[in-house]
Design a protein around this ligand. Structure first.
Ligand SMILES: C[S@@+](CC[C@H](N)C(=O)[O-])C[C@H]1O[C@@H](n2cnc3c(N)ncnc32)[C@H](O)[C@@H]1O
Length: 441
């Protein structure tokens, strides 16, 4: 069964819809609208933003064939795919290998649909025939969230994909891989939290059968590829690089016309834990502790586990000259958090996380200053945070760091309020999310 597809204005609809006189909630800084969009809906990445909004901005500021769009925090590739669809060239960087692989697989929506369908058909036949009775050793999370029969089937699909030798460089194997990764959660009886964390002890009522789910996912993807290939005959080149936004290596000096991105927010969201189910199934990690070495240590610190694992030292971090423009405010906040850490049971290292976060973001601004052409525009989708209830004015401090790196702050467009329904909340600090616009001087 193929879910309903919005076929028109897929990538360029205005972000704010108005019903009568009342504007509806603006979801353009969230992944929610992507759940109905072809290509973008192939993998639910809750940290993503709206592809329709990204497409509208690219269409406004870029010329097909002439402009270059850059996303230093690619995630699942929303910006790159929107640019590709509009015929605009793009480049992006992502430091999380698994997430990068998803983005790269999605960028292949332009490839041969029939070749993908025939590979997927072969994979399913092979998996049905060769399903083994033995179960290999799997990470404990995986044995807790699947029953044996489901796990056997999923592993059979994975084995069939890796045995299908790629016939040519343009092989659809990565699409076949993505179709499997995309159904892993739906085939588990374990429930998930509102973000991507998994709750093995809570059971879902609706669990999909793996072979059927795989077939349906392939049908959905093939359908989306056909729709998008018809609606976008001219596509922009897109390259997603494994790398670090703090250096932007691989992107030429002053080559970029528009940066459309969303960095991590310092709000304790753990990008490593968010992909634990998939990475455990694929054998990339065996235990929770492996996530740090496989993922977290490559990222800009934005969760407390990062600070505690690396044993960061607050005084040393605060001495970093990259923090000069915000040092006194940041130091006061970090010291308040260090004090709270000593008194709170959780002992969360928000103090070092925050200092390391802004030092990392300062490096990113310097790198962006090198790659963006004078006059080029930058849009950061970002939200503030309140670890232990201490407010961190993220967009204001990011703006100050950007100004020190030769950017001019143009405006902050608030898109939504967060943490305002205070029932059962850990703290009562109103937060918001929005778009910080800047221009390279
Ligand atoms: C808010 S998400 C971006 C989501 C993206 N806009 C989308 O729609 O999918 C931020 C991303 O930055 C990545 N990231 C964190 N530190 C990074 C670094 N130092 N260099 C590059 N990417 C990094 C994270 O892995 C995460 O995928």
């Amino acid at each position: 069964m193929i879910a309903r597809v919005k076929q028109l204005d897929l990538f360029v609809s205005p972000p704010l819809q108005v019903k009568g006189d009342r504007p509806t909630v603006d979801h353009s800084t969230t992944f929610i609208p992507n759940q109905e969009l072809p290509i973008h809906r192939w993998f639910r990445y809750s940290a993503g933003f709206s592809a329709a909004w990204a497409g509208a901005e690219i269409a406004k500021y870029c010329c097909p064939g002439r402009s270059l769009v850059f996303d230093p925090f690619v995630g699942c590739g929303t910006t790159l795919i929107a640019a590709q669809h509009l015929g605009v060239a793009s480049v992006g960087i992502e430091a999380h290998r698994f997430v990068l692989r998803i983005a790269r697989a999605k960028l292949r929506w332009t490839s041969d649909v029939r070749a993908f369908e025939s590979l997927a058909c072969h994979v399913l036949q092979h998996a049905r025939r060769r399903r083994s009775n033995d179960l290999p050793d799997v990470p404990s999370l995986i044995s807790r969230i699947y029953d044996d029969d489901t796990l056997r089937k999923l592993l059979a699909i994975a084995a069939a994909i890796s045995h299908a030798a790629p016939p040519k460089p343009d092989s659809p194997q990565e699409l076949a891989w993505l179709a499997l990764v995309a159904i892993l959660r739906a085939c588990s009886h374990a429930n998930t939290a509102p973000w991507q964390y998994v709750l093995p002890r809570k059971r879902k009522t609706r669990v999909l059968e793996p072979f059927e789910a795989y077939g349906e996912q392939v049908a959905l993807m093939a359908h989306d590829m056909r729709v998008c290939q018809l609606s976008a005959p001219t596509r922009g080149t897109a390259a997603a690089l494994l790398g670090d936004a703090r250096s932007c290596d691989g992107v030429a000096d002053h080559a970029v016309d528009l940066v459309l991105t969303s960095p991590p927010y310092p709000n304790n969201y753990d990008y490593a834990d968010a992909t634990r189910v998939e990475m455990s199934f694929l054998g990339d990690v065996a235990r929770w502790a492996d996530l740090h070495y496989a993922v977290r240590r490559h990222l800009i610190p934005s969760c407390s586990q990062h600070g505690s694992k690396e044993n960061l030292n607050l005084d040393e971090l605060l001495r970093d000259s990259a923090l000069d423009p915000i040092r006194s405010d940041l130091a006061a906040t970090c010291c308040a958090l260090a004090d709270l850490r000593r008194r709170r049971a959780g002992k969360k290292t928000y103090d070092t996380m925050l200092a390391a976060y802004f030092a990392g973001m300062s490096c990113s601004w310097r790198a962006l200053s090198r790659v963006v052409r004078p006059g080029g525009l930058v849009c950061f989708v970002v939200g503030d945070s309140a670890p232990y209830g201490v407010h961190v004015p993220v967009e204001r401090w990011l703006g100050a760091l950007a100004e020190a790196a030769h950017f001019e702050v143009l405006r902050f467009e608030e898109t939504r309020k967060r943490n305002v329904k205070w029932k059962n909340r850990k703290h009562r600090v109103p937060l918001h999310e929005g778009r910080l616009w800047l221009r390279r001087s």
